[in-house]
Design a protein around this ligand. Structure first.
Ligand SMILES: [Zn+2]
Length: 296
């Protein structure tokens, strides 16, 4: 999983030759009565099946679209009709063009459409991401909240501002009691926060708080990356992020430089566990330091 995640993020920023998608298999996990989670390469996909057709949350990479359709074909006879994007990153919207060409209706926050309509500079990777073709872009957008009636329930798209990016949506299926959090939640890992796309450490903590307000003890939580999760794990992630943020903030207020803070190890209790993913301890410190300092 660790290797896949590293590859996924490199691919998402444009070095697509690094990955052989032929080797990727799609793993399907039943989450509730009619909700499934698909894992392949890139962000976890949520699937709602039923008489309205399949609705998917995020689309991973374009070369995986056929495998994803096949995996969905194994759980329902209905075609994919709707696609909700949690944010604009390539490991979540890469399949949009293929699904858009099939006539799938694409929903997302308005900033996702904005960012996909122009080339983007991802400063963290010094990469320019080209604009997406029109057919790949969201058709229906929202600003704060939107409901979509699908397969017997009104799923709720809830915008959380300035979190992983400036266009994040939490997607809640109330009858199924399943929440897809996109990349506001990296389960058990320090998250990547895309500061140059309007993300922030305070926003990602606020997003976790918003999610904790929505979920109950039995809610199944699909993270953007990592294993299927629950309220307790999300709560722990939130505490790790806020404790880390407060330590770094206090050190900045003491006038410490990033190098001095690095030596003071603000993540000494969690670097071994939460720092074991794509975003290691040094990288996470840079993100938090820059975010609290108003830098990209
Ligand atoms: Zn992302």
């Amino acid at each position: 999983m660790k290797k896949l995640l590293i590859l996924a993020i490199f691919v998402s920023v444009g070095t697509i030759t690094a990955q052989n998608f032929d080797e990727i298999e799609i793993k399907t996990t039943k989450v509730s009565d009619h909700i499934y989670m698909l894992e392949g390469s890139g962000g976890n996909i949520g699937v709602s099946i039923g008489t309205d057709g399949a609705l998917i949350v995020d689309s991973q990479y374009a070369p995986l679209s056929e495998k994803i359709k096949k995996a969905i074909g194994n759980i329902t006879d209905q075609p994919v009709k709707m696609l909700v994007n949690t944010h604009w990153h390539g490991d979540h919207v890469g399949g949009n063009e293929n699904f858009g060409q099939m006539g799938v209706l694409i929903f997302a926050h308005e900033n996702v459409k904005e960012r996909m309509s122009k080339s983007q500079l991802m400063r963290a990777f010094s990469r320019e991401i080209p604009a997406s073709p029109e057919v790949a872009r969201p058709v229906v957008t929202f600003s704060e909240k939107m409901g979509i009636k699908c397969n017997g329930e009104y799923l709720m798209l809830i915008h959380v501002d300035s979190a992983h990016t400036d266009g994040d949506a939490l997607v809640y299926f109330p009858e199924s009691d399943v929440l897809h959090m996109g990349d506001t939640y990296f389960n058990g890992r320090y998250p990547f926060i895309d500061l140059s796309s309007g993300g922030s450490i305070d926003g990602i903590i606020a997003a976790a708080d918003r999610a904790l307000f929505v979920v109950g003890a039995d809610t199944k939580i699909i993270p953007g990356h990592g294993a299927l999760s629950n309220r307790n794990e999300l709560k722990q992630y939130r505490e790790v992020l806020s404790g880390y943020r407060n330590r770094v903030d206090a050190m900045i207020k003491q006038g410490k430089s990033m190098e001095e803070i690095k030596a003071m190890k603000p993540g000494r209790d969690t670097d071994d566990t939460y720092g074991g993913g794509f975003i290691g301890p040094d990288r996470f410190l840079e993100i938090v330091f820059n975010s609290l300092s108003g830098l990209e």
